[in-house]
Design a protein around this ligand. Structure first.
Ligand code: NAI
Ligand code: PYR
Length: 309
């Protein structure tokens, strides 16, 4: 069983802890936050919930507690206000990351670092440069949420369980995300063939694209933050890592030549296990998807350069 440290006990960090506890992942969870009272309050509330689940040691701590953590989840920093893009958070959250990385360098003996804070691609790349870790062990939630939203929208349209829809979003977790329509299948049947078989019109791609791309803005406008879906997404990733499941998930991390790119982090379908990102899959892309990916990578390279990476 593993020890997990969650840095940032806000909406996302606390919801991730809740999801981990509910599914019995991790035997020790430490919550660290500049707002110590918030971390303590969340730990007390979550601790009370363990009588209904499985025993977990959960507490508020500080960086001296991360030494032997197997997995660190980084969810500290600013979230988007209504209308702000994820990239608008770059300067503020890179500053938070630099401060925390300095402390991790002193206290953490190493393990897996899972980045969540936005813009998650840029932060994952910067983290991989700041910390002396095997690049496979630094990963970010990337487009796991976008892929989940894509699959949910397609499941609503086709009437098939989202778990039987294979549909990926790659590139930036942000405005330039790339929906891989050309590779979407329902239980292995190309989406368009499935629609034909079922007598359905082809889905309205523009509408679904907007649903996926605008999801965070839509939710933030109404309730100020998104945390349930990402909380469960983090839980899913922790499960793949801690149980060495070799699951295909669209995480982000520094790429090493996939589609000819390097020196940048973006999401790709990736086999995830105990060592982190084991290998990435290079799906054939349509020429439109290639072009969209180029735009997405250029956007990320520019954002990285603006913070000196
Ligand atoms: N990658 C993804 O798919 C998603 C990413 N996010 C991102 O997650 C991040 C956190 O979002 P929320 O939890 O909603 O924000 P929040 O404001 O509820 O929580 C952030 C927490 O970080 C803490 N914090 C700030 N600076 C810190 C520091 N230097 N050291 C330790 N703790 C510090 C704050 O005290 C606060 O408790 C945001 O950047 C948000 O955009 C949110 C949803 C999905
Ligand atoms: C906030 C964010 O990144 C999301 O919900 O997609």
């Amino acid at each position: 069983m593993a020890k997990i440290a969650i840095i940032g006990a806000g909406s996302v960090g606390a919801t991730a802890a809740y999801a981990l506890i509910a599914s019995g992942l991790g035997e020790e969870i430490v919550l660290i936050d500049v707002n110590r009272a918030k971390a303590e309050g969340e730990a007390l509330d979550l601790g009370d919930s363990t009588a209904f689940t499985t025993p977990v040691k959960i507490y508020a701590g500080d960086y001296s507690d991360v030494g032997n953590a197997d997995l660190i989840i980084f969810a500290a920093g600013a979230n988007q206000r209504p209308g702000e893009t994820r990239l608008d958070l770059t300067q503020r959250n890179v500053a938070v990351l630099k401060e925390v990385a300095g402390k991790l360098a002193v206290h953490w003996r190493g393990g897996i670092l899972l980045m969540v804070t936005n813009p998650v691609d840029v932060l994952t790349y910067v983290a991989s440069r700041l910390l002396d870790l095997d690049p496979r062990r630094v990963l970010g939630t990337g487009t796991i949420l976008d892929s989940a939203r894509f699959r949910y929208a397609l499941s609503q349209y086709t009437g098939v369980d989202a778990r039987n829809l294979h549909a990926y979003v790659i590139g930036e977790h942000g405005d330039t995300a790339v929906l891989l329509w050309s590779r979407a299948t329902v239980a292995g049947i190309p989406l368009e063939d499935f629609c034909q078989q079922r007598g359905l019109k082809p889905p309205d791609k523009e509408q679904i694209d907007q649903y996926v791309r605008q999801a965070a803005y839509r939710i933030i406008e109404r309730k100020g933050a998104t945390y349930y879906a990402i909380g469960l997404g983090i839980r899913r990733l922790c499960e793949a890592i801690l149980k060495n499941q070799h699951s295909v998930l669209t995480v982000t991390g520094p790429v090493e030549g996939t589609y000819g790119y390097e020196g940048v982090a973006f999401s790709l379908p990736t086999v995830v296990g105990r060592e982190g990102r084991l290998f990435t899959l290079e799906l054939p892309l349509s020429s439109r998807e290639e072009e969209e990916l180029r735009r997405s990578v250029d956007t990320l390279l520019k954002a990285q350069a603006e913070v000196g990476f």
